[in-house]
Write a protein that binds this ligand. Sequence first.
Ligand code: FPP
Length: 244
Amino acid sequence: MDQIDKTKVPRHVAIIMDGNGRWAQSQGLPRLEGHRQGAVTVENITEAARTVGVSYLTLYAFSQENWNRPDDETAGLMQLLTEFLISKKEKMIKNGIRLHTIGRTERLPEPVKELLWQTIEATSAGDKMTLTLALSYGSRDEILRAVQKISQQVKEGQVSGDQISEELFESALDTEKMPDPDLVIRTSGENRVSNFLLWQSAYAEYIFIEPNWPEFTEDMFLNCIAEYQKRERRFGLISEQVND
Ligand code: FPP
């Protein structure tokens, strides 16, 4: 924690939690055990992010493509999500964590959906950190839905074509009202973005690290924050301009 400059903590950290299956395989365990251990990491990293002063933590928990996995795996993931929501609700309330979600959550099974909305409602007063779970999420799909919303507004005469600005577009995304991610982390040694927050991460710093998600620790997370703090974000400007 000493290595962290508390004045330069990224406001929004987004994480592609990858490698649950490979971790399980390396331990001779069924894939679902990797996801189960991954849920423990979710709790630990949420705690670490809140403690260090991150305001928004967004986790890629279930992609649209994940629906194509074998039925027992998707059912197992829904079960883990259910257990997480039930068992962590009180802790989230106590720690000031507001739960939020992005993605096509209407595709979730009815009881999971209901529990998710109940937990979002119950934690809505949290003012320390917003924990967003990307569920049934795909960035291209989110962008297309935003385009459809805006086309409808144009059709109904609420906006004209030349009023379509970045701000208007952002207000039609699922991440409406959230700041863009400053830092995106992906575990498991894969160097891909995989359809995660494509619009929103235009100026994010990326860190790709080797450990699988179930073995990702609080210390590793803090090291990522320290690495982020060493980088110079220029947003298209030159060094002298951003350091003025
Ligand atoms: C990627 O590992 C991870 C997922 C597809 C799901 C993430 C889910 C969790 C961390 C647990 C449940 C979530 C919550 C919020 C309680 P993978 O299975 O693609 O790994 P692999 O590439 O090694 O197969």
